[in-house]
Design a protein around this ligand. Structure first.
Ligand code: BTN
Length: 248
C-alpha cells in the first residue's frame, strides 16, 4: 500500500516554459514520488511528438506529476494509460458525460480531444529512474480560444457543459483519481485498469492507420497488450504499436 500523497510537495507557478521541463529538472535533483508542478500558463507547453500545447491562463489545467515506480522500460507505456484513464474519470465526474480514450494519450469527449498526456522518462541502470507524467486538460477554453490547426478536433469542459470551472476545483479531483488508480496499479490491478481503458478506447475494433517516423501501416485495432501498447491486426500479422499517431 502506498502512503504517498500526490500533490505533496507541490510547486505552483504563474508562468513557466513547460511544467514537464520544470518537473524533470526537479526529479533529477530530489523531487519525491508524488511531487507535482502546476502552472497558470505555459509559454512552451509540450505535446507529443514535438508538438506544442496551447496553455493560456485560466483556460486549462497544466500539471506534471513525478512518479518513481520500479518498472522495466517495456512497461513504462502503462503509466500513460493510467494517467489517461484518470483524466477520463475526472472529465466524466465534471461533465456527467462518458469520456473516451484514444490510444495512447488522448482523452475525448463527444469525439473531440479534451486532454492529452505526455509521459517523459529517464533511466538508471536499466530500470526506470523516474517518469514525469504531464497532463493538459482543456477546462475553460471557448471555441475561439482553441488552436486553429490541430490534428484532431478539440474541445473543453466549458464547450461541452456550458459551465465554467475553477482550475483549482479540477486539480484535486484529477490528483485523487490518479492516486487511486496508481494504488490499484501497484497492487496488481493492471489488468483491471487495462480493461477499463480498453472499454473506453474509441479506436479498438476500428480500422486504423499508424504513422510514425519509420513507417505507416493500416489494420484493425484489437486491444491493449500487457505493456500498454496498441495491438493492430494487419494483413501481414499482428503488430504492437510502440509509437506513432493512430488515425481512425
Ligand atoms: C499531447 O496530447 O500531445 C500531450 C499534451 C500534454 C500537455 C501537458 S500540459 C502540462 C504538461 N507540461 C507540458 O509541457 N506538457 C504537458
Amino acid at each position: 500500500m502506498s502512503h504517498d500523497t500526490f500533490g505533496e510537495p507541490l510547486q505552483h507557478y504563474e508562468l513557466v516554459g513547460s511544467t514537464n521541463e520544470v518537473a524533470i529538472k526537479w526529479a533529477r535533483e530530489d523531487a519525491p514520488h508524488g511531487a507535482v508542478v502546476t502552472a497558470e500558463s505555459q509559454t512552451h507547453g509540450r505535446g507529443r511528438r514535438g508538438r506544442s500545447w496551447s496553455s493560456p491562463a485560466g483556460k486549462g489545467l497544466y500539471l506534471s506529476l513525478v512518479l518513481r515506480p520500479d518498472l522495466a522500460p517495456a512497461h513504462v507505456p502503462q503509466l500513460t494509460i493510467l494517467a489517461a484513464l484518470a483524466v477520463a474519470r475526472t472529465v466524466e465526474q465534471f461533465s456527467g458525460l462518458q469520456a473516451d480514450t484514444k490510444w495512447p494519450n488522448d482523452v475525448l469527449l463527444n469525439g473531440r480531444k479534451i486532454a492529452g498526456v505526455l509521459c517523459e522518462a529517464e533511466w538508471k541502470d536499466g530500470r526506470l529512474g523516474f517518469a514525469v507524467v504531464g497532463i493538459g486538460l482543456n477546462v475553460n477554453f471557448r471555441a475561439e480560444d482553441l488552436p486553429e490547426r490541430v490534428l484532431f478536433p478539440a474541445t473543453s469542459l466549458l464547450i461541452e457543459t456550458r459551465e465554467h470551472r475553477l482550475i483549482s476545483e479540477v486539480k484535486p479531483v484529477l490528483l485523487a483519481q490518479t492516486e487511486q488508480l496508481y494504488s490499484l496499479f501497484t497492487n496488481g490491478g493492471w489488468d483491471e485498469l487495462r480493461a477499463e481503458y480498453s472499454r473506453r478506447c474509441a479506436s479498438i475494433g476500428q480500422p486504423v492507420t499508424v504513422v510514425n517516423e519509420a513507417s505507416e501501416y493500416s489494420g484493425v485495432a484489437r486491444g491493449i497488450d500487457e505493456s500498454g501498447l496498441l495491438i493492430v491486426q494487419t494483413t501481414d500479422g499482428v503488430r504492437s504499436v510502440i509509437a506513432g499517431d493512430v488515425k481512425f
